[in-house]
Design a protein around this ligand. Structure first.
Ligand code: ADP
Ligand code: ASP
Ligand code: MG
Length: 444
């Protein structure tokens, strides 16, 4: 069995849903189809939530009606028969009646916000599965809220997901197409929750791992993982093969094509991940598994919104136990550290999640000197084959970045990654400079 995930733009228009149907029925294999919300819907729902939080019910209702009008038009083009259309309209009425009911709930809390934002995937999957039914395809809708669960730390409960999903699938062995929602899940309190923005990729991988799928396919609007961020850099190109480790680094360090955690379950269970382009299904895309090419520089990614903390030991030289004490503080506040650079008496670290930074700093101050943190930093991550025996690799990177101030450099953590910290204002310049300096670009 394969798991195929279609992102927002891949389901964002009725004709896209029509072409997805052709794609998923082109062969006879049984598939789990994971869908995101239609493009723009999650943002629209979050904007409605902002209005409700600010007690602006009229504004919220206006936004709701605007969004509903989009769905009313969408279903008129999606379905071919009057029965299909009636079914689609019923789905929209049901979901929007729930959405409207949220205006009556005061105060509007995070719990309601998560219920509201889940509506995007609840709408897209019901509409699509009804369309498959109208077209006579043997299909079923599997509610993700029944099998996708996270723990108190927001981590997926792998054992539960596997047990529950397998049990639910046993009842539908005759169905060729099993449609489910990406992104949404339940938390330990039984409330509706989610896997964070872009989380449908993660859903697909969690499902693929749980059922030991033959392959997980992530269908999006570009022909695979590019060597650099195509939103910022002009001449980027797709990479045909990546290892799980390389892809995980790129996803974690900002390659938006994949949710940062997507590769973890796929790698754990050894399920290959293929990135494909819905707009150009014949393009080869990217295969993420165990093979890679032996090029030195493979790809660059960038992660924004990083905070750098500068920590100095109060005792001078030879203070063992200092690093352990520092990292215990980060552990206590469940704050992952991304980059670390050290000297004998000082440590600089970067964090992505700043929620607990004030508490962390208060505690560090009891045994360290701290400088003012730097906010709005960007990690630039370069992935490739950086064998320790090869000379000149760091030189090439630094030469490409000549003229850009660098705050931290991390090299040697693995043979596959060089990471640097620059101020966010240099991100675009740094990505472009690395593209020119590290890749043999053919003239367009
Ligand atoms: P979906 O809605 O299908 O999940 P996303 O917008 O989340 O799609 O991801 C696809 C987008 O990721 C692409 O359109 C591209 O702009 C962006 N992107 C950023 N970095 C990369 C990269 N290294 N390779 C490919 N796409 C990237
Ligand atoms: N719809 C969610 C989002 O926009 C999840 C996803 O698209 O992967 O973040
Ligand atoms: Mg995405």
């Amino acid at each position: 069995m394969q798991v195929w995930k279609f992102g927002g733009t891949s389901v964002g228009k009725p004709e896209r849903m029509h072409s997805i149907r052709n794609l998923i029925t082109a062969d006879n294999g049984q598939k789990i189809i994971v869908l995101s919300a239609l493009s723009g819907t999650t943002n629209a729902l979050l904007s409605i939530a902002e209005s409700l939080k600010a007690n602006q019910a009229d504004e919220a209702v206006e936004k709701m009606e605007h969004l509903k009008a989009h769905y009313d038009t969408f279903v008129r083009e999606l379905y071919k028969t009057s029965e299909g259309l009636a079914k689609g309209q019923q789905i929209i009425e049901n979901e929007f009646s729930f959405i409207r009911s949220l205006t009556r709930i005061r105060p509007f809390t995070l719990k309601q916000e998560k219920e509201l934002v889940a509506e995007g995937e609840l709408l897209s999957t019901q509409m699509f599965q009804a369309y498959l039914e109208e077209a006579g395809e043997a299909s079923i809708l599997l509610p993700a809220l029944e099998f996708m669960r996270i723990d108190a730390d927001g981590e997926p409960e792998l054992d539960f997901i596997e047990r529950k999903l397998r049990e639910m699938l046993r009842a539908h062995l005759d169905k060729k197409l099993i449609v489910t929602q990406g992104f949404i899940c339940r938390n330990p309190r039984g409330e509706v929750d989610n896997l964070k923005r872009g989380g449908s990729d993660y859903t697909a991988s969690l499902i693929g791992g749980a059922i030991r799928a033959d392959e997980i396919q992530i269908w999006t609007d570009i022909d695979g993982m590019h060597n650099n961020d195509p939103r910022i850099v002009k001449r980027t190109f797709p990479i045909r093969e990546l290892t799980f480790e390389e892809a995980a680094e790129l996803a974690y360090f900002g390659a938006k094509i994949l949710h940062p955690s997507t590769i973890t379950p796929a790698k754990l269970y050894g399920v290959p991940v293929r990135l494909k382009n819905t707009m150009d299904p014949d393009a080869p895309g990217t295969l993420i598994a165990t093979k890679t090419s032996d090029q030195v520089f493979k790809a660059v990614a960038a992660k924004d919104g990083i905070t750098a903390l500068y920590i100095h030991s109060l005792r001078m030289l030879n203070a063992y136990g200092f690093l352990r004490r520092i990292f215990e503080v980060f552990e206590k506040y469940k704050t992952p550290v991304d980059l670390i650079t050290t000297s004998e008496v000082s440590v600089s670290v970067t964090v992505d999640n700043t929620e607990n930074v004030p508490l962390i700093m208060n505690e560090l101050r009891t045994f360290c000197d701290l400088e003012e943190p730097d906010y709005d930093q960007t990690i630039i991550c370069i992935v490739g084959n950086f064998s320790a025996d090869n000379a000149g690799i760091a030189l090439q990177v630094l030469k490409a970045l000549e003229g850009i101030p660098i705050r931290m450099i991390s090299y040697g953590g693995t043979e596959h990654n060089i990471s640097l910290l620059v101020h966010g204002r240099y991100k675009a310049e740094a990505l472009n400079a690395l593209n020119e300096g590290l890749f043999a670009l053919k003239e367009a």
